[in-house]
Structure formats: structure tokens, C-alpha cells
Design a protein around this ligand. Structure first.
Ligand code: ADP
Length: 469
């Protein structure tokens, strides 16, 4: 478990977080302890000093009333009592020579003779006499009696040092496990918090190694990290779909071009096998030129379809009146329709708007109108209309043409599909595929209703939600 945590923390952020967390924990523990230690030390010292002051007052009172003999008696009483709370007592003459001294047995270690060398100053409240060990001291206060004698009472700091030492030991015993616990807890939390990021990194490594289907597991936290992982997975899904789409498009284009390329090769081979006939060469070259143009057109349309199908296409979305686009296309096909005596009628109200890429929509309508004129016998009729409901907009291209047999109707949207009766007409079999791909790229749908011999109605349906105004 610990090694797992460490492995999880190898990342700089995890380690940094843990160090910060542990340092803050250690510092605040230290601060808290120091504060408590200071409070305890000062309260113990105040208690001791209060006791010493009370004692010196008591003994000074005894001296004032009962003189030296009274004090001696009082001190000898103290000696016999020999309690643990015994005080050090010293009475010194005017020259600071000891007159009376009471040194409890536990105070023998203090060099009390040194007191004769230091005449107490009335301004110095407390004197300290060092013991053998560094921390212990005899803390005493002096009072000047009415006859100029000096009365000194003191108490050892040993007892309170013992309590403070015990406190320090408790602190070490508590703080070390606490900081260690904090360190492990910090490591655990940092490692846990960074797990989703590590999963994303591991997934990226797997993807770069070629396992495109790898995804980061979604964390159950519901926070920003979860959102990040979801967005990352969504982005990889999209990239994967795009790559798959592009690969499929490439396969399709390669497959679709194989036939015309073989035909082109066949024309050249036949020309070469036909001998030295210049006329045949000329015809073959003309055929090759025509075929290459077809291939070029096919390639361009196939690329357009693939782009639209994979979603790579960039749509320049605008809101335009449907009638405007329809009018442009009807104008464009005016001569073609006239040549076939087909009447083209536009029944689109001026206030119907569509939010689309107008250039692409012209391509769509041009293909539908081209087909409608192409597959309608001379003297026929084509009508373009539009209607809208709350959610969607529909544009219909209705003709009175040859219609489509029900067996073929599901295939007409396939690439390179050409109906049996259409072979006599010019065409690549890509027009409707392009229409479908462009409409899908706009988030719409296509539909067709047809009755052989009576005519067909091609419809495009577009959502009305998109708006760029
Ligand atoms: P192309 O017109 O080049 O053959 P399309 O993809 O535009 O290719 O159309 C596919 C097929 O759908 C056509 O070959 C034809 O059989 C059928 N079709 C399309 N539009 C019409 C129409 N308006 N009337 C009858 N048949 C149609």
C-alpha cells in the first residue's frame, strides 16, 4: 500500500502537495505546542513565585513580632516538618553575612554560599542560584527588614521543570505520530486526488502507442476532475470517429476510382493495340481526356461527400431567405429547362428563412433541380416549394418525371448508384449522395416520395434551431 502511494506520488504535483500539507501540519502542531508550553510554564512560575512571596511575608511578620528567636523557632519547625514543599530561608545581617539559614535536604545541590557574595539589590525582585544541572535553579526573593537585615526565601524550580519536561515528552510522543500520520494521510489524499490525472496520462500513452480505443475511467467524484476526464474522453471519441471516417472515405474513394481508372487504362491499351492508325489514336486521346475529366469531377465530388460525411467540412452558416437561394438556382437552370421545355415554378414565400451555409445549400438545390429536369420528359413540370413548422423547415422539389421504382428507392442515396432508366442520361451517380451528406452536416434529413411514371418529390428537412444572426 505504502509503495503504491509512493508510486502514485512520483509526479511533482503529488509530492509538492504532500510536502506542503505536511509542513503546514508540522508547523501548526509546533505552534500550538509552543503556545501551550508557554502558558503552562508561566502559570507554574507564577504559582511558585506567589507561594515564595507569601512565605517571605509570613516570615518577615514573625521576625517583626518575635525577633530572631521567633524566626529561628519558625524555621526549625519548618525543618522538622520537612515537607516536599519546603522553602529555602536565609537571614543575613547588614553586611550580607548569613545569620540564619535553612537549606532543605533536596536543596543541598545549590551553591547557597554564593549568596554572601552577592548583596541583593532592593530593585531586583528575583535571584537565581544555579544547581548542578543546567535547568534547575533556586529562585529566591529578598526583603529588607526594618533593622536593615535581609530575609531571603526561595524555592527550587526543579518541580516545575519536571512537569515541563513531562509535557515536552508528551509532545514528542504525540507530535511525531501526528506528523507521520499527516504525512501518510497527505500522501494518500494527494495520490487519490491525482488518480484521474494519472489515468488520463496513462490513456494518452496508450493512444500514442496505437491503442486508439483506450479511455480514462471516469472518476465518481463529480468535480472538475470528472469533467476534465469526461471532456478528454469525449474529445478522443470525436478524434477517433474523425480518423475512422477519414479512413473509410479514403477506402471508398480508392474503391470508387478503381473502375474509371481501369477504363482509362483500357482505352490506352486498346489504342496501343490498334496499330498505327492516327484516327484511332486521336479518338482514344479524346476518350481519355473525357474520362480524365469525369475522374477529376468524380474525385472532387467524392472528396466533398467525404468531408461532409465526416464532419470535417466548415460550414459558413448564415440566415438567408429560402426564396433567394431557390431563385438563384432556378435562374441557373433556366436555359437547361427551356431547352427541354420543362416548366420550373418556384412557390416559396419570401418570409421563410433558413439558417444554413448558402453556398452548400445552392449545391443541394442545384443537384435536386438538375435531377428533376433530367428525369422529366419534355414538356413536364417542376415545382419548388417550402414550408415550415415550429421545429423544422422543409424544401420540396417536385417533378412530373419518370419516377423511381420502389425496388430502387432505397439505393438512390448510395454513392455511384444510377437507376436503370437513368443510364442514358449524363451523370456520375453522386448527386444525391452529396445532397444527403450536406444536409446531414447541417443536422437535417432527406426524403423522397415517388411514383413511377408520375413523378417524384425530393424533400430536405432542416432544423430551425441553428441561428447565426
Ligand atoms: P445521377 O443523377 O448522376 O445518376 P444521383 O445521385 O443524382 O445520380 O441520382 C441517383 C439516381 O436516383 C439516379 O440515377 C436516378 O435513377 C434516381 N433519381 C434521382 N433523381 C430523380 C428524379 N428526380 N426522378 C427520377 N429518378 C431520380
Amino acid at each position: 500500500m505504502f509503495s503504491r502511494l509512493l508510486r502514485g506520488l512520483r509526479s511533482g504535483v503529488g509530492l509538492r502537495l504532500t510536502i506542503w500539507y505536511s509542513s503546514i501540519l508540522a508547523l501548526s502542531t509546533l505552534f500550538l505546542f509552543s503556545f501551550a508550553y508557554f502558558l503552562l510554564a508561566s502559570s507554574l512560575s507564577r504559582e511558585d513565585q506567589e507561594a515564595v512571596v507569601a512565605k517571605v511575608r509570613e516570615l518577615a511578620g514573625v521576625y517583626q513580632t518575635d525577633g530572631l528567636s521567633g524566626l529561628r523557632e519558625e524555621v526549625s519547625l519548618e525543618r522538622t516538618a520537612a515537607s516536599k514543599d519546603d522553602f529555602f530561608v536565609r537571614l543575613a545581617g547588614r553586611e550580607n553575612k548569613t545569620v540564619l539559614i535553612h537549606v532543605p535536604p533536596q536543596y543541598q545541590k545549590f551553591d547557597v554560599r554564593s549568596l554572601e557574595r552577592v548583596r541583593p539589590n532592593p530593585d531586583t525582585l528575583w535571584l537565581r542560584v544555579r544547581g548542578r544541572q543546567r535547568r534547575e535553579a533556586l529562585e529566591l526573593t529578598s526583603t529588607f527588614l526594618a533593622d536593615g537585615y535581609i530575609l531571603q526565601v526561595g524555592k527550587s524550580t526543579e518541580e516545575r521543570e519536571r512537569i515541563l519536561k513531562y509535557f515536552r515528552e508528551i509532545f514528542v510522543a504525540v507530535a511525531i505520530p501526528l506528523v507521520l500520520l499527516g504525512l501518510i494521510g497527505g500522501m494518500f489524499l494527494a495520490s487519490r486526488a491525482l488518480q484521474p490525472i494519472r489515468n488520463v496520462i496513462r490513456t494518452i500513452h496508450e493512444i500514442t502507442r496505437g491503442r486508439m480505443e483506450a479511455r480514462a475511467p471516469s472518476p465518481k467524484t463529480g468535480d472538475e476532475l470528472k469533467e476534465l476526464v469526461m471532456l478528454f474522453n469525449g474529445m478522443v471519441d470525436k478524434i477517433e470517429a474523425l480518423i475512422r471516417g477519414m479512413r473509410e472515405s479514403l477506402d471508398n474513394v480508392a474503391h470508387d476510382l478503381r473502375t474509371p481508372m481501369t477504363r482509362l487504362r483500357g482505352i490506352s491499351e486498346m489504342a496501343l493495340q490498334s496499330g498505327d492508325n492516327l484516327e484511332t489514336y486521336r479518338e482514344s486521346l479524346a476518350d481519355s481526356l473525357e474520362e480524365s475529366e469525369r475522374i477529376l469531377k468524380m474525385l472532387n465530388t467524392l472528396m466533398d461527400i467525404s468531408e461532409a460525411e465526416t464532419g470535417v467540412v466548415k460550414l459558413d452558416i448564415r440566415t438567408v431567405p429560402v426564396s433567394e437561394v431557390v431563385h438563384d438556382i432556378v435562374e441557373l437552370y433556366h436555359y437547361v429547362a427551356e431547352a427541354k421545355s420543362v416548366t420550373v415554378e418556384s412557390r416559396v414565400a419570401n418570409d421563410i428563412l433558413m439558417t444554413v451555409d448558402p453556398m452548400r445549400m445552392r449545391q443541394v438545390l442545384a443537384n435536386l433541380l438538375d435531377n428533376a429536369i433530367k428525369y422529366t420528359p419534355d414538356g413536364g413540370r417542376v415545382c419548388i416549394s417550402a414550408d415550415e413548422t415550429g421545429e423544422r423547415l422543409a424544401v420540396h422539389v417536385k417533378d412530373s418525371g419518370i419516377g423511381i421504382p420502389s425496388t430502387q428507392i432505397s439505393k438512390i442515396w448510395d454513392r455511384l448508384y444510377r437507376g436503370d432508366q437513368s443510364r442514358s442520361q449524363k451523370g456520375l451517380g453522386l448527386g444525391l449522395s452529396l445532397v444527403k451528406a450536406i444536409i446531414k452536416a447541417h443536422g437535417g434529413e432527406v426524403g423522397v416520395e415517388s411514383e413511377p411514371g408520375k413523378g417524384s418529390t425530393f424533400s430536405i428537412f432542416l432544423p430551425k434551431t441553428k441561428t447565426s444572426l
